[in-house]
Design a protein around this ligand. Structure first.
Ligand code: SME
Length: 164
């Protein structure tokens, strides 16, 4: 019974994410500038997905091996710059791969932004096959992210990459 309920919930969640895609496309097509569009994307995602509690972009800081915070929605963070290799974000900057963390307390190489955060997902953003940044989402829910989130956030990154 629980399996059936979980499967129905997962399908509902997947449909909600799929339904957000045209809104992302509309924001990108009607872009009034990169930062404004990234800001709107963050706000849309945070407002639309109940378990997306902090949504932000980090970008490589020029040729330095560090990430710089871009537009975000959610509480202010002290982590304006993150060295490559440090935390979940810094690892994605080096490994070029999606990183889904169901339980942040189980990670050694993790930078805490808020005591409320239980899980995190980071998806790299490629322009001309180069990893130039990422979208980072913190959740106050344990283990909420599925492959549907990965596919959806890859779509978000690919869409905004067309503006760069
Ligand atoms: N938790 C991230 C740091 C960025 S904040 O989540 C906004 C990390 O471990 O890289």
């Amino acid at each position: 019974m629980l399996n059936i309920i979980n499967s129905i919930l997962a399908q509902t969640n997947e449909m909600d994410l799929i339904n957000l895609k045209p809104k992302i496309t509309a924001l990108v097509s009607n872009s009034q500038g990169l930062d404004a569009t990234l800001q709107s994307v963050c706000e849309l995602l945070k407002a639309s997905v109940p378990y997306y509690d902090w949504v932000g972009f980090y970008f490589r800081n020029g040729e330095k091996k560090e990430l710089k915070l871009g537009p975000y929605a959610g509480t202010a963070t002290d982590h304006i710059s993150i060295p490559f290799g440090k935390g979940i974000c810094g690892q994605v900057a080096v490994n070029n791969k999606n990183f889904v963390v169901p339980d942040v307390s189980a990670q050694d190489n993790y930078i805490a932004c808020s005591i409320h955060v239980k899980s995190e997902i980071v998806i790299p953003l490629f322009v001309n096959n180069k990893n130039i940044g990422q979208i980072d989402i913190d959740s106050n829910t344990s283990n909420p992210f599925t492959q549907a989130d990965e596919r959806f956030l890859e779509f978000v990154c690919q869409s905004v990459a067309t503006l760069m």
